[in-house]
Write a protein that binds this ligand. Structure first.
Ligand code: AMP
Ligand code: ZN
Ligand code: ZN
Length: 423
């Protein structure tokens, strides 16, 4: 009898301790789009190596060591961290990595922003905006490759759905978070099995799991440990499948930013101070758009009083390291940045313990640090390198794929990472 009770008690305990509903992914059919300019590799491209660029959204710089991501830790090149660009948000940074331009120069100044001249908001969940090429500046890697007759593919990446310079990756999908990670890996492997003329030499691959779990449970949770191990196993699976293909494949794994637990007892309810009918974007940073200098002055004074929790700037006095341009209409007239661990909230939204975020200034918030791991025949072995900014990935990948980018004005510098490439 005693035993039975103990047994039932254990069962109850087991079920009540089960982690809350994990991120659900299900198998879905994806319509594949093929409307890029280049459909076949040139003769020169056939001789070139391959690069798979992988993003693990929100994978903080210290996760691999801390949670034992053994596959990543086995890579040839490891950076102490990769420095995310300002603001440390998903869209500006994914596009910084593939354009070699800081968000202030690549068009995506934040996850959401407003363009007064167009009277339009860019928002990451607005499919029309995300697919509008007018928002994206520069020449993403797949466009550069396409211009030089190289077939490319994207298993999701910010910008791939927009016909930037009238060019998509040769193969790409509309973003769908429900596609399983296994499907993403298998699709990548299938592309690499195509006949050589149709086989993409540059592929992007994106996983959101560590960001989803990080926001909800935080960087110190058992849930994130599990997510890190799971995504590391996914990388291991990709490596074992691509190893069998016997192709010169290089894998570069990056993340867009880190993650930081927020102070849920001191939420900044910014809407309490912004007058009605004023246009703003509530991403990090909070940006207010208005010609009414009196109103901007008064908001500035108001936020300045809260200098424990925020930094506030008028457009003319933004910090240089934001890389925002004063003549850029998409940058607000007032810019308010929370200081970690404080965050913005709305009265209608309730936070719970462990909730975490990103977007903070990468120069003052260590936890915004991202990752860089690289492996494959193009790289020297056993390289531990210093922290560097993510815009330098563009020249690195261009060099490996022998793509000429000398005509482009980019922020990334070849010198920063050239020492990791085998001569
Ligand atoms: P955030 O944490 O708000 O900066 O954004 C992360 C979210 O961006 C992810 O959970 C995805 O839902 C979304 N996302 C990432 N890549 C794409 C994409 N290519 N298109 C649309 N949404 C995306
Ligand atoms: Zn992200
Ligand atoms: Zn996020």
């Amino acid at each position: 009898m005693k035993f039975k009770f103990a047994y039932i008690f254990c069962l109850i305990l087991l079920f009540s301790c089960k982690p809350k509903k994990a991120v659900v992914t299900e198998v879905v059919d994806l319509p594949q789009n093929e409307i890029s300019r280049v459909q076949e590799n040139s003769k020169e491209t056939l001789e070139k190596p391959f690069v798979i660029l992988i993003s693990l959204d929100g994978f903080r710089y210290d996760y691999a060591e801390r949670y034992g991501a053994t596959n990543l830790l086995n890579f040839d090149v490891k950076a102490d961290k990769m420095i995310s660009s300002f603001p440390t948000k998903t869209f500006p940074n994914h596009y910084a990595i593939v354009s070699g331009l800081y968000p202030g120069n690549n068009g995506l100044v934040s996850n959401s922003f407003y363009i007064p001249t167009l009277k339009e908001h860019y928002k990451i969940r607005d499919r029309g905006a995300v697919r509008n090429k007018e928002y994206y500046k520069g020449t993403p890697l797949w466009v550069l490759a396409s211009e030089q007759e190289m077939v490319t593919a994207s298993m999701f990446w910010v910008g791939s759905e927009a016909p930037i310079k009238d060019t998509h990756p040769t193969y790409y999908f509309n973003y769908n978070g429900r596609v399983t990670n296994e499907q993403r890996v298998n699709q990548t492997v299938e592309w690499l099995k195509l006949p050589e003329k149709k086989r993409p030499h540059f592929i992007t691959l994106y996983f959101s799991l560590t960001d989803d779990v990080g926001h909800r449970f935080g960087p110190n949770s058992a849930e994130i440990e599990k997510a890190v191990k799971l995504i590391d196993a996914t990388i291991g699976d990709l490596i074992s499948k691509t190893d069998k293909l016997d192709l010169p494949i290089n894998i570069v794994v990056v993340s867009d930013h880190g993650m930081k637990e927020v102070d849920i007892d001191n939420i900044i309810y910014f809407e309490d101070v912004i007058p009605k009918n004023v246009i703003y974007s509530d991403s990090f940073p909070l940006m207010v758009y208005s010609d009414d200098t009196k109103m901007i002055d008064s908001l500035y004074t108001n936020f300045k009083k809260d200098s424990l929790r925020v930094n506030v700037y008028k457009k003319a006095n933004m910090p240089k390291h934001y890389h925002y341009k004063v003549d850029d209409d998409s940058v607000g007239d007032l810019i308010v940045m929370p200081k970690a661990p404080y965050t913005f909230g709305k009265r209608s939204y309730t936070f719970s313990k462990g909730n975490s975020t990103h977007g903070y200034d990468p120069t003052t918030t260590e936890e915004m640090g991202a990752i860089f791991y690289a492996t494959g025949p193009a790289f020297k072995k056993n390289q531990q390198i210093d922290a560097f900014e993510n815009v330098h990935v563009y020249p690195l990948i261009s060099e490996i794929l022998e793509l000429d980018y000398s005509h482009l004005k980019i922020d990334g510098k070849k010198e920063v990472l050239e020492s990791i490439i085998k001569k």
